[in-house]
Design a protein around this ligand. Structure first.
Ligand SMILES: NC(=O)c1ccc[n+]([C@@H]2O[C@H](COP(=O)([O-])OP(=O)(O)OC[C@H]3O[C@@H](n4cnc5c(N)ncnc54)[C@H](O)[C@@H]3O)[C@@H](O)[C@H]2O)c1
Length: 237
């Protein structure tokens, strides 16, 4: 049976690679992101429903719930933002924006997906984007690191709550991944990131997409409540 896979933030970076990976496996995709579909690489793709929406908005969540009611097997809570500043320079708004996208929307969309999966008896998978910084902190990111550490706690707790329905919940903590954001950084900063990574290279969006595809598959049927580090060895131990 064709799987219905929902990916937030699927228009760019890791999300886009994840959409392509599941699409190539024959899944039917529902992608939620802010730009118009025509302005993305997903323009005109078959087997793909594009919801141009902000996942934190009530209207957007209503639209997503309606789409989930048609069936959902996998939810990839990938969308994430940064609003960096050291603690005395960070505003309430910067803190709230990051928590709302990176953590609260993950909770809300997971709640909506679990409700549908439970009602239909779907043994589905929920996959959440954490980050290596959740493990060791990062200067200028009290908001972002709090959100990503929260995602790991949320993942573990949801896994305990919904395992009895056959629903699995896992997270991935990416290390430094070559997305547009990283490509714009000065060469010496990229060099420093590579030096810090035991495998001496940055990851590609596909490295994370492969992880999501594995965790969504039957090969991972006995895995729940885990956070898989895909980071070239930055977090060891
Ligand atoms: N790139 C890395 O090195 C790295 C490392 C660790 C964790 N992560 C996490 O992986 C995820 C993807 O990162 P990326 O580098 O591909 O990011 P990106 O900025 O390239 O893409 C994020 C996508 O999410 C979308 N998005 C943001 N806010 C949204 C909202 N409110 N509603 C709908 N869509 C929204 C953006 O429009 C964009 O298309 C994020 O959660 C990020 O925190 C990335």
């Amino acid at each position: 049976m064709t799987k219905r896979v929902f990916v937030t933030g699927g228009a760019a970076g890791i999300g886009l690679a994840t959409v392509k990976k599941f699409w190539n496996e024959g899944a039917e995709l529902v992608v939620m992101d802010i730009p118009a579909q025509a302005d993305t690489e997903l323009a005109g793709m078959e087997r793909l429903t594009y919801l141009q929406t902000d996942i934190t908005s009530a209207d957007g969540q209503k639209m997503i719930a309606e789409e989930m009611a048609r069936g959902i097997d996998v939810l990839v809570n990938n969308a994430g933002i940064t609003r960096d500043a050291s603690v005395l320079k960070m505003t309430d708004d910067m803190f709230d924006q990051v928590i709302n996208v990176n953590l609260k929307a993950v909770w809300k969309l997971s709640q909506m997906a679990i409700s549908e999966m439970k009602a239909k008896g779907t043994k589905g998978a929920i996959l959440n984007a954490a980050s290596v910084v959740a493990h060791y902190g990062n200067f200028g990111q009290t908001n972002y690191v709090s959100s990503k550490a929260g995602v790991i706690g949320l993942t573990k707790t949801l896994a305990k709550e919904v395992g009895k329905y056959g629903i699995r919940v896992n997270a991935i903590a990416p290390g430094f991944i070559m997305t547009e954001m990283v490509k714009k950084m000065p060469e010496n900063v990229i060099g420093m990131m590579e030096e810090k990574t035991p495998l001496k290279t940055l990851g590609q969006p596909e490295d994370i997409a492969n992880g999501y595809a594995f965790l969504a598959s039957d090969s991972a049927r006995f895995i729940t409540g885990t956070c898989l580090n895909i980071d070239g060895g930055i977090v060891i131990g």
